[in-house]
Design a binder for this molecule. Structure first.
Ligand code: NAP
Length: 240
């Protein structure tokens, strides 16, 4: 395949992930659309084809066999991966710490924490063959323990244990993986899209998915001189 850069976006069939995929395709990436539902994945592929090279790949981040099969498909098609965006995420409950159900914590962590770890580990051999060696984890300022410690934090009242702490754990993965892979030339960062109108929040956020995606793509396309081990929102850093 005559393409300069290959990217994988998980959860690419709707919301922020779909817009990230669209913008990467417009910038010349061949984008693998990681989607857990084949019908929704093919629908997204059909919609995004006018933006550039996009290709649906079946990928459920909670299912090791599905993730391994997706890695095998990308290897067969591209032989490497330049950019991984761990975007798939869920927020199935809004319970505070004293009331959260353990099953809701497990379900959230399975997608938001174990998912990115599973996908990253499976695709690392292909990323090592890539030129860009870039991993972006889509986090949230709701995962910032520092911000939750300030009473005047805009989302101080959003005291959801399962979702917020899943993003805190994703941030920990980001920092430690960045440290581990730095000598190999990898860049690993977390990005907060900002409060964005998607199905995740019943379309209540002020940002449009395309706006949130643009800020993420800004970090996605950076070269070897870009940052690593950071947590970013638009053009600034988010405290851990
Ligand atoms: N929206 C916000 O305000 C906001 C703020 C901060 C951070 N974020 C983060 O941004 C990311 C994207 O969220 P969004 O707002 O765009 O939400 P969304 O519209 O609900 O999209 C979530 C995507 O994740 C996919 N997904 C869920 N479980 C999956 C699994 N097991 N395997 C593969 N894909 C799976 C969904 O696929 P299906 O369609 O098949 O369910 C969908 O494509 C998430 O990580 C979220 O935490 C969002």
């Amino acid at each position: 395949m005559n393409t300069s850069r290959f990217a994988l976006v998980t959860g690419a069939n709707k919301g922020i992930g779909k817009e990230i995929a669209r913008q990467l395709a417009q910038q010349g990436y061949h984008v693998f659309l990681g989607c857990r539902d084949a019908a929704r994945g093919r629908e997204a592929q059909a919609e995004l084809e006018s933006a550039g090279q996009v290709e649906f790949v079946a990928l459920d981040v909670t299912d090791g066999a599905s993730v391994d099969a997706a890695a095998a498909q990308v290897e067969a098609r591209a032989g490497r991966l330049d950019l991984l965006i761990n975007n798939a995420g869920i927020a199935p409950d809004a319970a505070p710490p004293s009331q959260v159900k353990l099953d809701d914590i497990r379900a959230t962590y399975e997608v938001n924490v174990l998912g990115p770890v599973r996908v990253t580990q499976a695709f690392l051999p292909l990323l090592r063959k890539g030129e860009q060696k870039n991993i972006l984890n889509i986090s949230s300022e709701l995962g910032s323990l520092a911000l939750h410690s300030y009473p005047d934090f805009a989302y101080h009242g959003v005291n959801i244990f399962s979702y917020n702490s899943s993003k805190t754990a994703l941030n920990a993965f980001t920092v430690l993986l960045a440290k581990e892979l730095k000598a190999e030339g990898f860049r690993v960062n977390a990005v907060n899209p900002g409060f964005t109108a998607t199905d995740l929040n019943q379309h209540s956020g002020p940002l449009a998915p395309a706006e949130a995606a643009a800020a993420i793509v800004h970090y996605a396309v950076q070269g070897a001189d870009g940052p690593t081990g950071g947590f970013f929102f638009q053009d600034g850093q988010v405290p851990w």
